[in-house]
Ligand binder design. Structure first.
Ligand SMILES: Nc1ncnc2c1ncn2[C@@H]1O[C@H](COP(=O)(O)OP(=O)(O)OP(=O)(O)O)[C@@H](O)[C@H]1O
Ligand SMILES: [Mg+2]
Length: 252
C-alpha cells in the first residue's frame, strides 16, 4: 500500500491534482482508494461523482447510538458502518471524511476509527488523500501514515510560507514518511519558476514539477464540469499524469 497525501495552502490546486492522480492511477489499477479529508468536501465533484454519507456521519451516529449498543462489539459495529461510507465506483473507491466533530468527547470513537481505517486502507494498493488546506491535518495526525507528502504551492508568498510550515511541522512531529515533494501550480513565466526552484532548494524540498496555469481548467470550472474531464491535450493533465507515474514508480 502506498499512501499519497496532497496538501498545501488553500486554493493552490490540491483537489485538482488529487483528482487527476486518482484518475491516472486508477487507469492502471482499480485497487485505489480516494480519501476526501477536507471538511469542505470537493473531491467528489472533482471526480465527477456523488457521495451521500461520510465518515463524519458514522461518527455522529455512533455517538448517539453508543449507549443503546449494550454488549455489541463497538469495533465490529463501526466496521460494518464504514463499509456503507466507502463508496465503490467503477475505477476507484471513495471515502469522504466529512465534517469535524461536534461537542463532546470523541476520543473513544476516534481511537476505534483510526485502527479500523488503517486496517481498511491496507486492502488498497494506492490511497490518495486530498487534505484540508493548511496544517490542521498534521497537528491532528490524520495523515500520520502517508508515504508521500505532496505539498502544492502557487507563487504567492503565503503559499510558500504554508509549504515551509508544513515541512517544519512534519519534521517536528517526526512523522514517518518516505519522501516529501513540492509541486508548483498555476505557474506563469520564468521568474515564477525561479522563485519556486530557489525556494525548494533552500528549504530542502524535492521539486516534482512546476505545473502551468491552464485555461482549460478554468473553462471546465466555469462550466461546472469535473476536472477529470480535462482533455488529453491539457498540459496540466499531461504533467499530473507524469507525477502519477513518478509517485507510483511506473515511469522509472
Ligand atoms: N493549473 C491550473 N490552472 C488554472 N486554474 C487552476 C489550476 N489548478 C487549479 N486551478 C483552479 O484553482 C481553483 C482552486 O483549485 P482546487 O480547488 O483544486 O484547490 P485546493 O487547493 O483544493 O483548494 P481548497 O484549499 O479550497 O480545497 C479552482 O477553481 C481550480 O479550477
Ligand atoms: Mg480542495
Amino acid at each position: 500500500m502506498v499512501v499519497i497525501a496532497v496538501t498545501g495552502k488553500g486554493g493552490t490546486g490540491k483537489t485538482a491534482i488529487a483528482a487527476l492522480l486518482v484518475k491516472f492511477i486508477s487507469e492502471k489499477t482499480s485497487n485505489i482508494l480516494a480519501v476526501d479529508a477536507d471538511p469542505d468536501s470537493n473531491l467528489p465533484d472533482a471526480l465527477g461523482v456523488e457521495v451521500e454519507k461520510t465518515l463524519g456521519d458514522v461518527r455522529e451516529l455512533f455517538q448517539v447510538t453508543r449507549d443503546s449498543l449494550g454488549t455489541v462489539d463497538k469495533g465490529l459495529w463501526l466496521e460494518g458502518k464504514i463499509f456503507e461510507v466507502i463508496h465503490e465506483f467503477e475505477n476507484f473507491d471513495l471515502l469522504v471524511m466529512g465534517r469535524p466533530e461536534g461537542e463532546g468527547c470523541y476520543c473513544f470513537v476516534n481511537n476505534l476509527l483510526r485502527g479500523i481505517l488503517k486496517k481498511f486502507m491496507r486492502h488498497y494498493d494506492h490511497v490518495i488523500v486530498d487534505c484540508e488546506a493548511g496544517l490542521e491535518h498534521f497537528s491532528r495526525k490524520t495523515i500520520e501514515g502517508a508515504d508521500y507528502i505532496v505539498v502544492v504551492t502557487d507563487t504567492s508568498r503565503k503559499g510558500l510560507k504554508t509549504a515551509k510550515k508544513i515541512k517544519d511541522l512534519v519534521e517536528e512531529l517526526n512523522l514517518n514518511f518516505r519522501e516529501m515533494f513540492l509541486v508548483g501550480n498555476k505557474i506563469v513565466g520564468d521568474e515564477a519558476k525561479e522563485v519556486i526552484k530557489n525556494f525548494a532548494e533552500e528549504e530542502g524540498f524535492v521539486l516534482l514539477d512546476l505545473l502551468p496555469y491552464d485555461e482549460e481548467v478554468v473553462e471546465l470550472d466555469l462550466k461546472g464540469e469535473p476536472i477529470v474531464n480535462l482533455s488529453e491535450d491539457s498540459e496540466f493533465a499531461k504533467r499530473v499524469k507524469l507525477i502519477a507515474e513518478v509517485l507510483t514508480g511506473w515511469g522509472s
